[in-house]
Design a protein. Structure first.
Length: 249
């Protein structure tokens, strides 16, 4: 039976029927297929009114073999008119933003070479503390950084450690912390929680670690103390936010 079906499949001549097809048609071929060469697929697409031709890489002879991710994406776009949208992975994390207070004035006073050396030492201290507290550096921001943590208490202590470490270099940093859902985009992160962390850092005083009430509530019992910094409006973020300055253990 299988042999008979194969013979029927490969020996049937339906060329005369192709112009009569009046439904949306997608013809798919594999570029190196031995049994069904791309020329045959192109012929079918050319003789079916309005047909679309798609050629995929590979030597597969069966339509369901080969690059299935690309195949499914192409089929979905053909059937729905829109390409598939990748699902964004969202995770709960604590974001930390830091930047050096008065960096422009300091850079101007030191000159480019000396400032770069100082900045490199600053980043070396930051990376050491990130490793210590299991943080992940996402990106540097010229004179600061964005990092994420899977625990808010470690994020707070890391921010304190960075602030204390760079103070020995004569630098003061501002640090902002917030915990919320973030979107993972490869090595990058996105989402409203990231924007909130950045806005909080911008409100911090030199040498201050400033946190949202979310962080404060999550680290209850950790021994970390906070001072009330009142309610604030964060640019581009809805509602008012209660912020707290970290006061130590």
């Amino acid at each position: 039976m299988a042999i008979a079906m194969a013979r029927l499949l490969f020996r049937s001549d339906v060329r005369h029927v192709l112009p009569a097809i009046r439904v949306p048609t997608l013809v798919i071929s594999h570029a190196e297929s031995a049994f069904i060469p791309p020329a045959l697929g192109r012929y079918v697409a050319e003789h079916v009114p309005g047909a679309r031709y798609l050629e995929l890489q590979g030597s597969d002879n069966l339509i369901w073999a080969g690059d299935q991710v690309r195949m499914v994406a192409e089929l979905q776009e053909f059937l729905t008119g829109a390409p598939p949208t990748a699902e964004t992975e969202r995770v709960l994390a604590t974001v930390l933003f830091t930047d050096i207070a008065g960096s422009t004035e300091r850079a101007r006073a030191l000159g480019d070479h000396a400032w770069k050396e100082l900045l490199d030492r600053h980043y070396a201290i930051a990376r050491e503390q990130l490793d210590r507290f299991r943080g992940r550096q996402v990106v540097t921001t010229g004179d600061g950084l964005l990092a994420t943590f899977d625990g808010p208490a470690r994020a707070v202590r890391c921010a304190q450690a960075i602030a204390g470490g760079v103070r020995d270099l004569g630098l003061e940093i501002r640090a902002g912390l917030h915990t919320g859902e973030i979107e993972l985009d490869g090595a990058d992160v996105r989402g409203i929680a990231v924007h909130i962390g950045a806005r909080i850092a911008a409100l911090a005083e030199p040498g201050e670690v400033l946190a949202s009430s979310t962080v404060k509530d999550l680290v209850i019992g950790s021994g970390i103390n906070f001072g009330d910094r009142g309610m604030h409006t964060l640019k581009g973020v809805p509602d008012e936010w209660h912020l707290y300055a970290v006061r130590g253990e």
